[in-house]
Structure formats: C-alpha cells, structure tokens
Write a protein that binds this ligand. Structure first.
Ligand SMILES: Cc1cc2nc3c(=O)[nH]c(=O)nc-3n(C[C@H](O)[C@H](O)[C@H](O)COP(=O)(O)O)c2cc1C
Length: 275
C-alpha cells in the first residue's frame, strides 16, 4: 500500500490549495485512502526543526513552494534540502503570481534529486500574488476552479504514469524550464512597508501567520523589517484588515505587476515519461 506525503511552504495558502487538489486526483487514481495521506506544512518556523524519517519506495511525495524572485523561498529550499529519500517518486509544484516562475521549478527539481527523490512530474500553477489587494489586484482568486481541475487531472495523470512504470530508476530525467546558474534569489529583510492601523485588536493572528517570526507583539505587532520575507501572510490573515501596505517600493512593485502581468497565464505541466 502506497502512502502520500505533501510537504509544502505556503504563507498565503495558494500552494497548499493546489497541492491538496493534486493529491485528491492522485489518491483517487491510485485508490489511496485518506488515512494514508499526511500533510507537512512547514510554513510555521518551529515545524522546520522537525527531522523527517527517510522516504522509501512505498511513499509518493509532493513538494510545493511559491516562487519568490524567480526562485524558491530560501526557507523552503533549506527545509527541502534536509529531506532524504530512496527510490521515492516526487511530484514537484511551484505556484507563482502570474509574472514568471523563472528558475524555481528547476531549482526544486535539482533539490529533490539531490535528496534522492526521483522527480516524476512537475508543474507551475498560478496563485493570487502575495502583493495583491482589492485596491491593486494581481491574479486575484487564482487558483480558480479551472486551475484546481487541472491540478486534480495532473495528479491523476501522474497516478497513471506511476501505474505504468515498473522501475522508477529506468525513467528518463524530468525536464523543466529554467537556467543554471539560477537567478539571484532574495535574502531576508524588507523595507518598512506595513502599517498597523487603529483597527488592530491585538489578537495575534498576524504573528501566528508569519513564517519568519517577524512580528513584534511587544511593539504593537509591528513588523521587524530585518526578519521579514515580504510574504504578506500577516496582511492577508488579519481579520480586521488592520495591516496595510504603505506607499513605497513594494506598493510600487504591486502596481507594476498589476499593469504588466494582467493577462492570465496558463498552468504548465511536465512528465518524466508519457502518462
Ligand atoms: C517576496 C516575493 C517574491 C515573489 N516573486 C514572484 C516572482 O518572481 N514571480 C511571480 O510570478 N510571483 C512572485 N511572487 C508571488 C507568489 O509566488 C504568489 O503569490 C504565490 O501564489 C504565493 O504562494 P503562497 O500563497 O503559497 O504563499 C512573489 C511573492 C513574494 C512574497
């Protein structure tokens, strides 16, 4: 009996939504019950201290992360690099905000391979841009119903491929777009771009949502700029909409994305061999 494990970083939850839809199609295709499915969401920093047992040939692992500056977020890459696997098929997914995914899927493939996974399929999905708001929309409401149908179909097609493949070691290497050396990624640290308004009720939901412990409860839940990774999870999680993007370089970037990346992009999927 096969087990499915989803391992993902997803501050604003679009990657999580896509991975769950892929899993649904895969599990249905391979007749794997819910009790054999485990989700490891390593967005909260303390989860990243966990050392996972090695995966083996009874596992199917889905790895997922958003695209940050055309790369994997550094925290996601660092966690993935600690995984180990022997003869384990991996399904790779990056989710990007309708600009481009550049080298992120290639980077994920390279990291997965270096951990011992056998990448069998890969995909780039579109998610609402982290910097987007109702005022400055970018890829709003993606993944939409159509994206999620494609995600489930992608999972099912990967299932078909796995059923036809007797020896994973014999499949050809997965090819995905991207270049090596990769684009320069982003480090930690952000401009002072978030304002906390009087609507804040000190509920602390923003601090819990933050993947980099960058919210200071002692200072009115202000963002600690040097620890911030710009993910905007705190803005999107606030039930009072008390966290706003200030005028400045990040808001300008959101406006640029709104003007430049408004044509909806399509999902792209890749298989190591024909499903
Ligand atoms: C710091 C940062 C950099 C980003 N860089 C890109 C990018 O290079 N290309 C792109 O299309 N989207 C980019 N995005 C948007 C995210 O990839 C997108 O919103 C994704 O759906 C977020 O995933 P999540 O909901 O799982 O957090 C970036 C977002 C952030 C916060």
């Amino acid at each position: 009996m096969k087990k499915i494990t989803l391992i993902y970083f997803s501050p604003t939850k679009t990657t999580e939504t896509v991975l769950r839809a892929i899993t649904q199609g895969l599990a249905q295709n391979l007749e794997i019950s819910d009790s054999e499915i485990t989700a490891i969401n390593f967005t909260p920093p303390k989860i990243r201290d966990t050392v996972l047992a090695p995966f083996d040939g009874n596992d199917i692992v889905l790895l997922g992360a958003p695209v940050y500056a055309g790369r994997l977020p550094a925290d996601a890459a660092d966690f993935f690099k600690k995984l180990t696997a022997v003869n384990t098929p991996a399904i790779l997914t990056v989710v990007y905000g309708n600009r481009a995914y550049d080298d992120a899927l290639l980077e994920l493939k390279d990291v997965a391979s270096s951990c011992g996974f056998i990448p069998v399929s890969g995909a780039a999905f579109i998610g609402e841009h982290s910097f987007a708001s109702t005022e400055i929309p970018v890829a709003m409401n993606r993944p939409d119903e159509n994206d999620l149908k494609q995600a489930a179909d992608f999972g099912a097609e990967t299932g078909n491929m796995l059923k036809k493949t007797n020896d994973l070691k014999k499949i050809s290497a997965l090819k995905v777009p991207g270049n090596f050396p990769y684009k320069e990624g982003m480090g930690k640290g952000a401009p002072d771009f978030i304002e906390v308004t009087d609507s804040c009720t000190n509920c602390g939901i923003c601090a819990t949502a933050c993947p980099s412990n960058a919210i200071d409860a002692e200072r009115g839940f202000a963002t600690i700029a040097e620890d911030c990774i710009l993910c905007c999870a705190c803005i999107k999680a606030c039930p009072e909409e008390a966290r706003l993007m200030k005028d400045g370089s990040i808001k300008d970037k959101a406006r640029w994305l709104n003007e430049t990346c408004s044509t909806p992009k399509s999902v792209q999927i890749f298989f190591a061999t024909e499903p």
